[in-house]
Design a protein around this ligand. Structure first.
Ligand code: NOJ
Length: 556
């Protein structure tokens, strides 16, 4: 079946931190040159798009989300000409490139902010940021980085006023009530569109506007501005992805996905429910979240991450219920002692206690649920973390390429590395790295590659309808994805114990059934089908005779 759709519909996104991915010039810091040289790996793995965390000039007090120039490249990463070369190579490899677009704030070292604080109160220069004489304004807006900040306001000695910062005090919030600010940021969008990027991940979108008596999240004015961004993008006539980072419950994130606004949003509530299912061994809440997601925006394009460069955000009961948070808190023991602001500051593998079965299960869900699976660099290897590093750095350490010095990330002397390479027991780069895992047929890396190949061969997983089916076992989630004559049936056991159940396949009675990943034949579908799934086991079955799907072509 030929599907004409936007490139990003159901695309597999690989998130990477350019500073931590590959160092091309040997200074110990990852850069665009190094990244370009590793694109063939990403193509081999089978992802379709790469999302780069911010690459702009920045004092790096918040991983580059504190920007001093929106239209340039951080000198440690390269320059605009280097970006152009990188983009060409990425496109030659068939990879789309998504940039982080930080709309809400700048660095306090941005020339706009420096101008604003020295300009007279009430002047148009001052008005580029949100100032107040009263630091109790917007008191219902929670402090997000509560480990580092105790208020959303900071006193500025020069300005003799407080300025608003929803994140660190080094990140003053732009004043979107000011049309000049809106125009400038729309120009930034246009600038990068002109460079040929394929999409934007819109950082912290809920916070653009403020209003007294609210949490200052997702206000109507914010949605109005985002529609302007969409309009600008549409005017380019290109197929561009606008992906919202809104850490909000499904119902509150859904309004970003209306037709004339953004194309996609991360489903962070679903992420939390996936972890809570693993932590509790039960999938009742996960199931409810999937149903809610489906109803919230029919056909909505959600991006599905497990981990990313931040903590595993769980929040204060607003994103997901306290019950879900408690299940994670008590069930994921490796998270104990690693809470940062509102979540757990660990990478996926250590959080799952190094259990590759749980890693496989969670990714098998990601790769088969509707939406865009997001893979965080290194998670395809089961890479570890370095607890004890500052802020969210434990999750941002160099990619492990080989068993050579610094994991093949850089030829620089070790102390010069952007962050230390992982050498902790069980995760040492001499063992956990791309080169070694490529050679081991049963490695996690080869498993991910195979799953992504299968996903490509099974368009129902990308474009098909999803139906959550009845399950009479609290640990087994069952759902189907169907497109035309293709149906893939999925069952997943979220518990560490084996589980079995009877499945009613009467609606497909007599149809051929094959295991979809390895291709082995099952007895034809019947009303009374018995399923056994081992600890964290899952299965994808292909139901019926399906054209264009030669599973034997899936190589290891
Ligand atoms: C969300 C980003 O993911 C996070 O890393 C950053 O600290 C905040 N936005 C502020 O930009």
């Amino acid at each position: 079946m030929l599907i004409q759709d936007s490139w990003w519909k159901g695309a597999v996104i690989y998130q990477l931190i350019p500073r931590s991915f590959a160092d091309g010039n040997g200074d110990g810091i990852g850069d665009l040159q190094g990244l370009s040289s590793r694109l063939s790996y990403l193509r081999w793995l089978g992802v379709e798009a790469i999302w780069l965390t911010p690459i702009y000039p920045s004092p790096l007090r918040d991983g580059g989300y504190d920007i001093t120039d929106f239209k340039s490249i951080h000198s440690e990463l390269g320059d605009l000409a280097g970006f152009h070369r990188f983009l060409l190579v990425a496109h030659e490899h068939g990879l789309k490139v998504i940039l982080d677009l930080v709309l809400n704030h700048t660095s306090d070292l941005h020339p706009w902010f420096q101008r604003a604080r020295w300009a007279p109160k009430g002047s148009k220069e001052r008005d580029v940021y949100v100032w107040s004489d009263d630091p109790t304004r917007y008191s219902e807006a929670p402090v997000l980085f509560r480990k580092f900040e105790s208020s959303n306001w900071e006193w500025d000695e020069v300005a003799q006023q407080y300025y608003l910062h929803r994140f660190l005090k080094h990140q003053p919030d732009l004043n979107y009530e000011n049309p000049w600010v809106q125009d400038q940021m729309l120009e930034v969008v246009e600038f990068w569109l002109g460079k040929g990027v394929d999409g934007f991940r819109l950082d912290a979108v809920p916070f653009l506007f403020e209003s007294e008596g609210t949490r200052c999240e997702g206000l109507p004015a914010t949605h109005r501005f985002l529609k302007k961004v969409r309009k600008r993008v549409d005017q380019s006539g290109r197929d561009i992805l606008l992906l919202a980072e809104a850490i909000q419950p499904v119902k509150e994130a859904a309004p970003y996905l209306v037709e004339n606004e953004l194309h996609a949003a991360f489903n962070f509530a679903l992420t939390a429910h996936l972890f809570s299912a693993i932590a509790s061994g039960k999938c009742t809440n996960l199931r409810l979240c999937l149903e809610e997601t489906k109803l919230a925006v029919p056909g909505g394009n959600w991006a599905l991450p497990l981990r990313n460069h931040d903590e595993l955000w769980l929040g204060d009961g607003y994103l997901v219920s306290q019950e879900v948070i408690e299940a994670i808190r008590s069930g994921l023991h490796q998270g104990h002692g690693h809470w940062l602001n509102w979540g757990i500051n660990r990478r996926l593998a250590p959080l799952l206690n190094g259990d590759p079965r749980a890693n496989r299960l969670l990714h098998a869900l990601l790769y088969s649920l509707p939406g865009m699976p997001c893979l965080y660099y290194g998670d395809e290897l089961g890479m570890g973390d370095w607890p004890g590093l500052r802020d969210r750095d434990p999750n941002r350490t160099p990619m492990a390429w080989t068993a050579a010095r610094n994991g093949g990330f850089s030829s620089a002397p070790e102390p010069l590395l952007v962050l230390p390479a992982i050498t902790s027991p069980g995760y040492d780069y001499r063992v956990v790295n791309v080169e070694v895992q490529k050679q081991l047929p049963r490695s996690l890396l080869n498993w991910h590659r195979r799953m992504l190949t299968c996903r490509r061969l099974l368009p129902a997983l990308r474009h098909g309808d999803c139906e959550i089916l009845e399950s009479n076992h609290p640990s087994i989630l069952v759902y189907s994805r169907s497109l035309g004559s293709m149906t893939v049936l999925i069952a997943a056991n979220v518990s560490a114990a084996g589980a079995s159940m009877r499945l009613d396949l009467s609606r497909w009675k007599g149809s051929r059934v094959r295991e979809a990943i390895w291709g082995c034949e099952y007895p034809p579908a019947d009303q009374d089908w018995f399923v056994y799934l081992a600890s964290y086991g899952f299965s994808w079955w292909l139901i019926g005779e399906v054209e264009n799907n030669d599973l034997s072509k899936v190589d290891d």
